[in-house]
Design a protein around this ligand. Structure first.
Ligand code: GDP
Ligand code: GDP
Length: 454
C-alpha cells in the first residue's frame, strides 16, 4: 500500500481545495408567522419566497450562505417554534439564547401590524443582555400607511426599528446595509478560527442510517421538509445542538428527503458526498457495523482523507452486532482500515440512541487536532532526536539528510521536511507514526511533504 501513500503525499503537495473561509453569522429570530422565512428568502435574493402558511409548523434551524455588496455571511433562520410544554414564550426565548451563542449579529423580526407582544418583550430582555448587535425589523410594512405602526417598537429598548416588507422587498436593501454594518469583518473566535458553528458532514453509503442518526441527534422526527431543500446553489444545512455546542451539519437537505430519488445513481450520490465533505471541517463517516466493510465505505473514507478533513468513524446499527460479528469486525478493521488508525471509532445505534452522545466529544477532539500547530522549535527538537536514532535509509549510495521541518499549515496539519534527497515512502510512514506517538493528532489526517534541496 505504499503507492497509496505516495498518492496522498502528492495530493498534499498540490495543496488541494481549502476549507471554507470564515464567515460571520446573522441569526434571524422572532415569533412564528412574523415573516422570518419570507425575510430570509428576501435577504438571500430568492425570487420566490418559500413560506409555510400553517402557523406553528415545525421548521428546522437552517443556515444559508448570503452575499451582499461583495461580502459573504451566513444567515441562520431559527425557524417557527412549536410552543413546547413551557409555552411559546419560553421556546422563543430559548431560540434567542441560541442565536446569541451562534451569531455575530441578530435580527429580531416583529410583525408591525401586531406590534410587540409579551413574547417580544421577553425576547428583548434576553437580547438586551447580549453583547451582539441587534437589529429590530418591523416587518409587514408593505406601504407608507404601515409606517405609523413602527414607532411603538422603540419600546423594546433595542434601538431604531427598521420598517421592512419581506414580502415585497420594501426596505430590504437598507436592512442589508445595516446588517453589513453590524457584522464584524471576521467572525468572533468562540467557535474556532472558522467562525460560526463548526461544519460537520454526515456521510456514508446509502441505507447506513444517516437520516436516522440525524433525526436522533436533533431529537425530532422531521416529517416536514423545508421546500428550499434541493436547490443546488444553497445546500441547506442544519444547526444541531450537541453537548452544549451548536454544530452546522452541512447539506442535510438530501438526508431529509423521505422519498429517496430512484434516479440518484451512485455517481451523483458520490458527487454529493464529496461536496458535503469539502464544505465541512470534520466528517462523521457512518459504517454499517452489522455488515462487512464494503468498497463503498472505503471510498467515502478515502474521500475524507484526500480532502484533508478531520474524521470520526461511527459504526452504526450496533444493536444488531453480536459477539461473532464484533470479532469479525475487529479483523476487518485491522485489515482494511490501518490507513486511518488515527481516527476515533464510536459504536452507535441510531435506532436506540446508543452512544450517540459520544459523537460530540469525538468531533471536538478531531477538530482540535485539525487546528493544532506544533512550533518549529518543538518539531525540530523531536525530529533531530528521532533522526539521530533512526537515520533515513540510503538510496543509491547516498544518504539523504533531513535539514529541518516546519508545520506549514493546519487544517489539516501539514509538515514540510526539507531534505537533501528523496525519502522513501516507508520511511515517511515511519515518521508519521512516530510523529503521532509524540504529538497525537487523533482524528486528523497529517500530511508530510518533502522538499528536496539540491
Ligand atoms: P415565519 O413563521 O416567521 O417564518 O413567517 P413566514 O415567513 O412563514 O410568514 C408568515 C406569513 O406572513 C405568511 O403568510 C407570509 O406570506 C406573511 N408575510 C411575511 N412577510 C410579509 C410582509 O412583509 N407583508 C405581508 N403583508 N405579509 C407577510
Ligand atoms: P440513510 O440512507 O443512510 O439515510 O439511511 P436511513 O437512515 O434511511 O436508514 C436505512 C435503514 O436502516 C432504515 O430502515 C433504518 O430504520 C435502519 N437503521 C438506521 N439506523 C439503524 C440502527 O442503528 N439499527 C438498526 N437496527 N437499524 C437502523
Amino acid at each position: 500500500d505504499e503507492s497509496e501513500w505516495a498518492e496522498f503525499d502528492e495530493a498534499a503537495a498540490e495543496g488541494d481545495e481549502a476549507p471554507p473561509k470564515p464567515q460571520p453569522v446573522l441569526a434571524v429570530v422572532g415569533r412564528p408567522n412574523v415573516g422570518k422565512s419570507t425575510l430570509v428568502n428576501r435577504l438571500l435574493g430568492r425570487r420566490e419566497a418559500v413560506v409555510q402558511d400553517t402557523p406553528g409548523v415545525t421548521r428546522d434551524r437552517v443556515a444559508y450562505d448570503a452575499l451582499w455588496n461583495g461580502r459573504r455571511f451566513t444567515v441562520v433562520d431559527t425557524g417557527g417554534w412549536e410552543p413546547d410544554a413551557k409555552g411559546l414564550q419560553s421556546a422563543v426565548a430559548a431560540q434567542a439564547e441560541m442565536a446569541m451563542h451562534t451569531a455575530d449579529a441578530i435580527v429580531l423580526v416583529v410583525d408591525a401590524k401586531v406590534g410587540a407582544t409579551a413574547t417580544e418583550e421577553a425576547v428583548a430582555r434576553v437580547l438586551r443582555r447580549s453583547k451582539r448587535p441587534v437589529i429590530v425589523v418591523a416587518n409587514k410594512v408593505d406601504d407608507e400607511r404601515g409606517v405609523a405602526d413602527v414607532h411603538s417598537l422603540w419600546s423594546l429598548g433595542l434601538g431604531e426599528p427598521m420598517p421592512v416588507s419581506g414580502l415585497h422587498g420594501r426596505g430590504s436593501g437598507d436592512l442589508l446595509d445595516k446588517v453589513l454594518e453590524a457584522l464584524p469583518e471576521t467572525p468572533r473566535e468562540v467557535f474556532g478560527a472558522t467562525g460560526g458553528p463548526r461544519r460537520v458532514a454526515l456521510v456514508g453509503k446509502p441505507n447506513v442510517g444517516k437520516s436516522s442518526l440525524l433525526n436522533k441527534l436533533t431529537g425530532e422526527d422531521r416529517s416536514v421538509v423545508h421546500d428550499v431543500a434541493g436547490t443546488t446553489v444553497d445546500p441547506v444545512d442544519s444547526l444541531v445542538e450537541l453537548d452544549g455546542q451548536v454544530w452546522r451539519f452541512v447539506d442535510t437537505a438530501g438526508l431529509r428527503k423521505r422519498v429517496k430519488t430512484a434516479s440518484g445513481t451512485e455517481y451523483y450520490a458520490s458527487l454529493r458526498t464529496k461536496a458535503a465533505i469539502e464544505a465541512a471541517e470534520v466528517a462523521i463517516v457512518l459504517v454499517d457495523g452489522s455488515e462487512p466493510i464494503s468498497e463503498q465505505d472505503l471510498r467515502v473514507i478515502t474521500m475524507v482523507v484526500e480532502s484533508g478533513r478531520a474524521l470520526v468513524l461511527a459504526y452504526n446499527k450496533w444493536d444488531k452486532v453480536d459477539e461473532d460479528r464484533r470479532h469479525q469486525l475487529e479483523k476487518e478493521i485491522d485489515r482494511e482500515l490501518v490507513r486511518v488508525r488515527w481516527a476515533e471509532r464510536v459504536n452507535v445505534s441510531a435506532l436506540t440512541g446508543r452512544s450517540v452522545a459520544k459523537l460530540a466529544p469525538q468531533l471536538r477532539t478531531a477538530l482540535d487536532s485539525w487546528d493544532t500547530r506544533i512550533s518549529t522549535g518543538r518539531l525540530n527538537g523531536w525530529l533531530n532526536e528521532l533522526v539521530a536514532a533512526y537515520p533515513p535509509p540510503a538510496r543509491g549510495g547516498r544518504q539523504p539528510k533531513i535539514m529541518f521541518a516546519t508545520q506549514a499549515q493546519t487544517r489539516p496539519p501539514t509538515i514540510v521536511l526539507f531534505t537533501t534527497g528523496f525519502l522513501e515512502a516507508g520511511y515517511r510512514r515511519f515518521l508519521e507514526r512516530k510523529f503521532r506517538e509524540t504529538f497525537g493528532f487523533v482524528g486528523s489526517p497529517v500530511r508530510i511533504s518533502v522538499r528536496v534541496r539540491e
